[in-house]
Design a protein around this ligand. Sequence first.
Ligand SMILES: [Zn+2]
Length: 337
Amino acid sequence: MNGKAQGHTAVVGVDVGGTTITAMVVDATLQPCGHYSGSTDKQTPTSTLDSIQTAVYQALAQSGYALTQIAAIGMGIPGRVDPEAGMVHLAVNLNWDDMPAGPMLSAALGGIPCYLENDLHLAALGYYTFFTNQTIQHMAYVSVGTGLAAGLILDGRLYRGAHGMAGEFGHMVVDPDGPRCNCGNHGCLEQYVAGPAIARAGQQAAAAGLWEPGKEVAKVTAVDVFQAAHQGNPAAQTIINQVGTYLGRGLQALIMAFDIDKIILGGGISRAGDTLRQVILREWQRQAALSPLAAEMLLADKLELAPADSNPGAWGGVALARQMLAKTTPQRLLTTA
Ligand SMILES: [Zn+2]
């Protein structure tokens, strides 16, 4: 069997994405001891739940912990979540609509409490709890990937907003005549800065003969455009400069609205690393040259890249599980397992 003797002190953090599910087991001393990443099965809502269970079981198998030794599971879901009821009201990328995922997963996983929260809220909580020294009390974790959104830590605590929708600044309209967004509106910020928009612009430039991507035009990704820009291709540089201008303005709005002290850039596009950071800083410098207020607020050291593979979403699940455990009596936990 296993030699783990800590009892109900280990927790599991899970980050459920539209394509990948990551599960991580962390022991009482906060050491990760089991990890699994697998693809999200989206054929039916039930098969998605099954793939979440599989991820949890695989991570547990690696950790040496039995399911009955896990005190709680914290889970990030890409959608609008009611944490009290464990209800997911809408998760477009999972095809979930009013799904009581918390109670269903808890029942399927031996009655272990399963706490749910929006994925970006959890990424912000995870990053803040485990990757900062918490001297900065106002932080935004901004994910630039297939979409654009932020999780906000204000006054040292996760800020959810009235409906758990705080941080959805990717749907801020920057041009009402702009391209149509998945949300139905036109010209949302994420239509200018997120991965699909960058890929689309790169494909258009390649189709127009402005650059040679070295692969089929339809397969050009945002990362290809960043690489081409980094290598000095003028068409790709123009695209990335536009992305930086829009994203720089969006992040400026975030900073001005909440007096944010630190922005952590994560998500798929953040793998473009310093190229992305530099184009944003260029927009901030442009504003700072015009405005003493901007010069005071838009300091370069406010903008950091999340370390690659830091897994803040799964760590956020760990933070949530431990927060909820702290609120619950151990007696109650033992009888639910
Ligand atoms: Zn939108």
